[in-house]
Design a protein around this ligand. Structure first.
Ligand SMILES: [Zn+2]
Length: 249
């Protein structure tokens, strides 16, 4: 089975032990759970502005098993013009879109500094993963709604599906053609996967694990034993992500 995980990270994290976070260790975890491809944003790129270039080395090391998000940092003037040229130059190495973390970077997902990035992603139909969380005023439901309405061509994955507000996020995903929920962390809430499938449809849910934060086995089990149909399981574990990635690889 060639499953696809659209939500991963890589490497050490400040102040938090992160076992099995090197490239060979992560690939071993993926093999155990039949995950063929992982799309990731390394911790270094999330924490240190201007370090997306170092992700290229990780992509090379993984020989095709990883694809990557270019992490967009909100702080720094004129960054878009400089960075988009670097993104375009690196794209063929395996960058398929952008990652936003509005909670970590303390800047709203729909804020003006991100606008050129969303506009670019919309024009190029890129994949974007954003950390989302119910009740957070920077990456909550209303921020996501404004982005989905303004840039409808972005293949926009709602990381964690708003967690405890996953039913409201599922209604939003169901209303926008290219808006997706992911299973990352939220899948471990009893009944969340069934609710997302019931409300948005299994075509709107993608598999995400947060590897190496968690063993992918827990989320794989949550999907497999959620009580949804086999066809829905395969949409989540592979089919939807395959369709999103096919034009971007
Ligand atoms: Zn994550």
């Amino acid at each position: 089975m060639n499953f696809i995980d659209l939500h991963g990270h890589h490497g050490a994290y400040v102040g938090f032990p992160m076992p099995r976070s090197s490239t060979p260790e992560m690939i071993r975890e993926m093999d155990r759970h039949q995950i063929a491809t992982l799309v990731l944003s390394p911790h270094r790129a999330l924490i240190e502005p201007g370090s997306n270039g170092a992700t290229a080395e990780i992509l090379r090391e993984a020989s095709g098993r990883f694809l990557a998000y270019w992490v967009v940092h909100p702080h720094g003037e004129g960054r878009f013009e400089r960075e988009i040229a670097a993104f375009e130059a690196a794209r063929a190495l395996g960058f398929v879109g952008f990652k936003f973390h509005s909670s970590l970077h303390q800047y709203p997902l729909d804020g003006p500094r991100f606008e050129p990035w969303w506009t670019y992603a919309d024009a190029h139909r890129l994949l974007v993963l954003a950390h989302t969380w119910g009740g957070d005023t920077r990456c909550g439901l209303e921020n996501c709604r404004r982005v989905a309405e303004k840039w409808p061509n972005v293949r926009f994955v709602l990381g964690h599906s708003g967690y405890h507000e996953h039913e409201a996020f599922a209604r939003l995903a169901g209303a926008h053609e290219h808006l997706y929920l992911d299973t990352c962390a939220v899948g471990c809430l009893d009944g969340a996967i069934e609710a997302m499938v019931r409300i948005a449809g299994s075509e709107k849910v993608v598999f995400g694990t947060d590897l190496p934060w968690f063993d992918p086995g827990y989320l794989m089990g949550a999907v497999k034993y959620s009580g949804i149909r086999e066809e829905d399981r395969m949409n989540i574990l592979r089919e939807n992500a395959e369709k999103i990635l096919a034009p971007l690889r």
